[in-house]
Design a protein around this ligand. Structure first.
Ligand SMILES: Nc1ncnc2c1ncn2[C@@H]1O[C@H](COP(=O)(O)OP(=O)(O)OP(=O)(O)O)[C@@H](O)[C@H]1O
Length: 300
């Protein structure tokens, strides 16, 4: 099972190019789609979900060109849009029955799956309550359940963890991992740490282009020797933030422990640390700033 896009370009107008010559290959497992605001993530997702036809390029499902035949993919697709909204007067069970009918899932099978999914998403105690009374996080979980209904081969989730508390995020991650072996799962998110232990592959988009596509581990490995930690007096932090790309800072009794990105140590006493996915994301999306900082005089 695989989904590819070849030489995909998407323009909203003559001046507005959202995606430029993007090539991707997705296989079973979780792929994380990361990028700053406006990078083109939602445009790409809408194209893969067959809601937008690309200006140029091909969409291939199991090697077959389906650019002009979106229904081939639609029957195998589960999709959670960024602005998911269910009908407020329906209960989650009624809403999933409705979605199942649209997806042509036989009703008995659909009901069994709906109950399992709502249980896995911690909504069993609210099966018959109107969705309009739900919190944002509960509504989002109904959105996740409707996307998973019908055991889709391709699951596309745009910002799925928005509104979920940390406990629900962990539960969601476990549910996805349990399903990831036999389906392609693409997740767009701003919460980089959500992907750290779950995604086998990461795609970084920046200004409509793919700047990185590889294993999560390879991405982290590519950052070895580029992440540094150094304790600085609190008064220096602001000055430092203007010059260096800082991925984290932790207040301590004797100063601030700052995590910085650079291909050489920012200070003779700075210690190299194990890179995280967040470090890699910042490095690739703010490369120019990282290299600009390198040219500045060393600290100390
Ligand atoms: N319908 C549209 N008409 C015109 N321009 C659009 C349209 N949708 C998106 N764009 C533009 O295309 C570019 C990519 O937008 P897109 O929403 O795909 O990015 P994104 O990475 O999903 O951003 P965010 O993280 O903010 O959701 C942006 O410059 C955006 O302004």
């Amino acid at each position: 099972m695989d989904l590819s896009i070849e030489h995909l370009t998407h323009r909203y107008s003559k001046e507005k190019i959202a995606l430029q010559d993007v090539n991707l290959h997705l296989q079973p497992g979780i792929t994380g789609l990361l990028g700053p605001n406006g990078a083109g993530k939602s445009s790409l997702i809408r194209i893969l979900a067959t809601l937008t036809r690309p200006t140029r390029g091909k969409l291939l499902w199991n090697g077959e060109d389906i650019t002009g035949r979106p229904q081939v993919l639609r029957s195998r697709l589960g999709y959670l849009p960024q602005d998911f909204n269910a009908y407020p007067n329906l209960s989650p069970l009624e809403f999933l029955d409705y979605v199942a009918a649209l997806k042509n899932i036989p009703s008995l099978k659909a009901r069994k799956q709906a109950l399992e999914l709502l249980d896995a998403l911690n909504l069993s105690s609210a099966l018959h309550r109107p969705i309009g009374d739900f919190s944002g996080g509960m509504r989002q979980r109904v959105g996740i359940a409707q996307a998973l209904l019908g055991e889709p081969d391709l699951l596309i989730l745009d910002e799925p963890t928005v509104g979920l508390d940390p406990e629900e995020r962990v539960r969601f991650r476990q549910l996805l991992l349990s399903m990831a072996k036999e389906r392609i799962i693409l997740i767009s998110t701003h919460i980089v740490s959500d992907l750290e232990s779950a995604a086998r592959q990461v795609i970084l988009l920046s200004a409509g282009q793919v700047v990185f596509q590889n294993d999560t581990r390879a991405l982290q490995d590519s950052m070895k020797g580029k992440v540094w930690q150094h304790l600085v007096p609190e008064a220096e932090l602001q000055h430092l933030q203007r010059k260096w790309v800082i991925s984290a800072s932790v207040q301590q009794a004797d100063g601030v422990l700052v995590r910085m990105l650079g291909t050489t140590p920012p200070h003779p006493d700075a210690q190299p640390v194990t890179p995280s996915l967040e470090d890699a994301y910042l490095f690739h999306t703010r490369k120019e700033e990282v290299f600009h900082a390198q040219l500045a005089p060393r600290l100390g």
